[in-house]
Ligand binder design. Structure first.
Ligand code: DGL
Length: 272
């Protein structure tokens, strides 16, 4: 029986995993964080694709046939190539899903001004994945992106609550609202950013809604499993969790508690 694989460049995907395991606690999960090579957000398309592909292969080897890329940068830069180039050459039962589509599906109902902002890594913004995906579903929505290259390092280095983080949070909120003052909805388009939510909310003027991804991705996964009974019935239901990192297990275990609010055991893995 299969586990569900969850992948991120580092800790950020834990914000998604946290919501997924709340919504669907019965399944077995394997989380893989490529912390040794994080952040991905400033890396080229080729490198993000290569690293993500290696992680996905490694999760397939661990017994996952359904994998969620709980990373916007990997979803933006690697998902399509993996789905179109790699999976057809492998086993037809393998599935890899991303986090951008489920996030985008929700926005039309949330934004009244139909002006939406996306806060994400440099790579996600440069890929224009959000703009393309939003305008494919909702051509009447105006999208403005803002790359926040310091936000992931602040989270990866456990500095997200520090006074230093205020400066970088305020700077990017100011930039995006200056670029389009009609924005009434901001997407947190990076799975690391929910740890900065308090600071982001404090920097926002009233009337701007902040859209996080965890619950939406969890709901979309539940829906996907309902629509695909052939995948659902292969999934093990022993509620086991494994956490794999390419970096130090102690560091991961300590940092992960800020995301999951519970102690965990972590295993080291090499991927290449
Ligand atoms: N958490 C990831 C995302 O959602 C990427 C962070 C990074 O490695 O730069 O984009």
């Amino acid at each position: 029986m299969d586990a569900i694989g969850i992948f991120d460049s580092g800790y950020g995907g834990l914000t998604i995993f946290h919501r997924i395991q709340e919504a669907l606690p019965q399944y077995n999960y394997i989380y893989l964080g490529d912390n040794a090579r994080a952040p991905y957000g400033t890396r080229s398309f080729e490198v993000v694709y290569r690293f993500t592909r290696q992680a996905v292969m490694s999760l397939f080897d661990q017994g996952c046939r359904l994998i969620i890329l709980a990373c916007n940068t990997a979803s933006a830069k690697a998902l399509r190539s993996i789905q179109q180039k790699d999976l057809p050459l492998l086993d037809a039962s393998l599935r890899v899903l991303g986090v951008i589509r489920p996030t985008v599906e929700a926005i039309d109902g949330v934004s009244r001004s139909k002006h939406v902002g996306v806060l994400a890594t440099t790579g996600t913004i440069a890929s224009e994945s959000y703009t393309l995906e939003i305008n494919r579903l909702f051509p009447h929505i105006t999208v403005t992106g803002e790359a926040c290259p310091m936000w992931v390092p602040l989270v990866e280095n456990n500095e997200f609550a520090s006074p230093g983080a205020d400066y970088f949070v305020k700077k990017h909120i100011r930039n995006i609202l200056a670029a389009d003052p009609a924005i009434d909805t901001l997407i947190l388009g990076c799975t690391h950013y929910p740890l900065l939510t308090d600071k982001i909310r404090a920097a926002l003027p009233p009337g701007v809604t902040l859209l996080t991804q965890g619950e939406r991705v969890a709901k979309s996964l539940a829906n996907y499993l309902d629509r695909h009974p052939e995948i659902n019935e292969r999934l093990a239901r022993e509620a086991t969790r494994r956490f794999l990192t390419t970096e130090s297990v102690d560091k991961f275990a300590e940092a992960a508690s800020a995301f999951l609010h519970q102690p965990i055991e972590v295993e080291h893995i090499c991927i290449h």
